[in-house]
Design a protein. Sequence first.
Length: 255
Amino acid sequence: MRGLPRWVTELVVIVIVVLLIRATLVQAFNIPSASMQPTLLIGDFILVNKLVYRVSEPRRGDIVVFKYPMNPSLDYIKRIIAGPGDTVEFVEFRDEGAGIKVYKVLVNGREYRLKYVGLRSFANRFYYEFEEKIPVNGKVLTHRVWFSAYPTKVAGLVNYSGAECLEEREGLCVRFVVPDGYYFVMGDNRDNSEDSRFWGFVPEENILGKAFVIYFSGEVPPLTPKDVNFLTGFRQLFLALLHPRPGRIGQFLIY
């Protein structure tokens, strides 16, 4: 690059390095919707490790970014509930102390235990917040999930009649096996998330990486997939800088 000003050369080098890092190691994303609340809020800006699944397998409980199977041009973020070969079952759960009926998940016969925390409100709707425990490799991952305070059905795969379905109830597949090479994912906002229950399993090759830290957070308006374009992330970050949430910055998402 002889003959060019030094700052131009340095800028080109920086851009190349950033692109290499983005392609192979770490990528930034922002949270546009409420589907992962209360773990991730609208306006959280996260970093995703793109290298981790080259040396290890995705595991239950991981928060992953992946290409949406119905439209690979869109990136989605959800939590892995079960992996290849796992048997998943949804059953009704009643917290006798609070008098609340929701549903819980069983994977390979082991339940993801729920403990009631309290009532939460968001966008003029109310949610029951529960602590959910996911057993992973001899340890227990504890995180929080929301269920709508309005009556809901037992969860299940919608309009699904594949060979993997083992039991149906009320028109839903409530017990099924995750096919080889695929993952079953759900949002932590269980009754406000379009996920594997509605559009199916995530192919392993669609998984881009694992979310590991909130590097910034601020109050921003929610987005729909139609709102997303090249400039969306910059606009959301600018708005977040005007209305920051310091208490969320630096929170790790790895367990």
